[in-house]
Design a protein around this ligand. Structure first.
Ligand code: AMP
Ligand code: GLY
Length: 411
């Protein structure tokens, strides 16, 4: 089977890597210099048996619809289903209809009612853009004055342009976060091993939110997903009612429902759905699969999952090496050294994300998140030690890394 993966980041690098176990050929568009099979050809012009769309923007933009209209087999929801990620207000409305546990919220386009609603809430205050903001459109603060200022900055368009002109204010939840991917065929979703993402830029969960600075998997699972309490709860109380509600709305969701959950004292609650695999979680979840990812995504795209995914008991830890200044103003164009040495280490995989070939033909940084350094081991401690051994080989001016990815679980 010839597969076309759409996207260019660490997630797509891992998708291509794991799909290549069973595919005859994997093409990645546009890909990047560290992903084998990268081609700079629009997906519509690539002849493939299966299309796997990585990022949210082309999904929201209807790429899956266009490919399906042309008779192609596509893994990824149409623009209708992608609204779950494209509009937080749409998502919250659907969750209420589906009865999925989530934070209380209000959605606003005017400052006055937004401020009045804020005054009824207790800290932490949570303000989000309605539209897409690359994982950065969220402020969580205990400071009411900062929350009020954020409301003004969002609505004026100063902070996030049009994405912030409608905003959502949420009840602040407290607890550990976990990411669970459900691969869906429109009717049914099967779950992959849970992972934890580290969203803030700084050690100790400080500083602004990013797309994700690292991840590990499994999270709290004994490896047997069908008997694991967390995955059963997510499958029964979150994914099943969501798919049923989407179907009632006439939406045939064939792709990933990525549940971003907070494990509160009152049980798991949904922070958000994404309509694609998560980055950096994909890099620690998919390589651990022992069943065929290609078969699973192909069946989901065709509308009938029969495979039950299985995964290894091994753990993986991913440490993201980012550019100085990320997520606000990443400084790019720096030479990357140490890649070959890192890749030679046992149990280490380095996936390229924001990388390009510079004028002199060398590898340079070209984005906020530059490399995903993944360690694999018998447990999280070993996987973590290996990931950081890989990171230690790498360098460029201003390379920014969190030193505490998975530290609490590895000790
Ligand atoms: P989101 O883009 O909605 O996943 O939000 C990004 C991050 O903001 C989440 O990973 C949480 O760390 C935090 N967050 C979002 N919503 C809430 C909430 N209701 N309560 C507490 N923290 C939240
Ligand atoms: N890891 C967060 C995301 O993919 O949105």
């Amino acid at each position: 089977m010839r597969v076309c993966v759409v996207g260019s980041g660490g997630r797509e690098a891992a998708l291509a890597d794991v799909l290549a176990r069973d595919a005859t050929e994997v093409l990645v568009t546009p890909g990047n210099p560290l992903i084998e099979g990268s081609v700079d050809i629009p997906p519509e012009d690539i002849d493939a048996d299966l299309y796997v769309i990585g990022p949210e923007a082309p999904l929201v933009d209807g790429l899956a619809d266009r490919l399906r209209a042309d008779g192609r087999l596509v893994f990824g929801p149409g623009a209708d289903g992608a609204q779950l990620e494209g509009s937080k207000a749409y998502m919250k409305d659907l969750l209420a209809e589906a009865g999925v546990p989530t934070a209380a919220y209000g959605s606003f386009t005017e400052a006055q009612p937004a401020r009045a609603f804020l005054d009824t809430m207790a800290p932490p205050f949570v303000i989000k853009t309605d539209g897409l903001a690359a994982g950065k459109g969220v402020v969580v603060t205990d400071d009411l004055a900062e929350a009020r200022n954020s409301v003004d900055d969002y609505l004026s368009g100063d902070a996030f342009g049009d994405a912030g002109r409608r905003l959502v204010i949420e009840e602040g939840l407290v607890g550990p976060e976990v990411s669970v991917f459900a691969v869906c065929d429109g009717t049914r979703g099967v779950l992959l091993s849970p992972a934890q993402d580290f969203k803030r830029i700084g050690d100790g969960d400080t500083g602004p939110n990013t797309g994700g600075m690292g991840a590990y998997s499994p999270y709290g699972s004994d490896g047997d997903l069908s008997s694991d309490e967390l995955t059963r709860t997510v499958a029964d109380d979150f994914i099943a009612p969501t798919l049923a509600t989407l179907r009632r709305r006439g939406i045939d969701f064939r792709g990933v429902l990525y549940a971003g959950l907070m494990l509160t004292a009152d049980g798991p609650k949904l922070l958000e759905y994404n309509v694609r695999f998560g980055d950096p979680e994909t890099q620690v979840v998919l390589p651990r699969m022992t069943s065929s990812l290609l078969e699973l995504l192909g069946q989901a795209a065709a509308g009938s999952i029969e495979a039950q995914p299985t995964c290894s008991d091994d753990a993986m830890v991913n440490v993201v090496c980012a550019s100085e200044g990320y997520p606000v103003a990443p400084r790019i164009g720096n030479h990357i050294s140490g890649l070959e040495a890192a890749r030679l280490l046992p149990g280490v995989t380095v996936y390229g994300a924001g990388v390009a070939i510079g004028e002199d033909g060398d590898l340079v940084s070209s984005g906020g998140r530059v490399l995903s350094v993944c360690g694999r081991g018998a447990d999280v401690a070993e996987a973590r030690q290996r990931a950081y051994a890989g990171v230690a080989e790498l360098s460029w001016p201003g390379m920014t890394v969190r030193t505490d990815i998975a530290a609490a679980v590895a000790s």
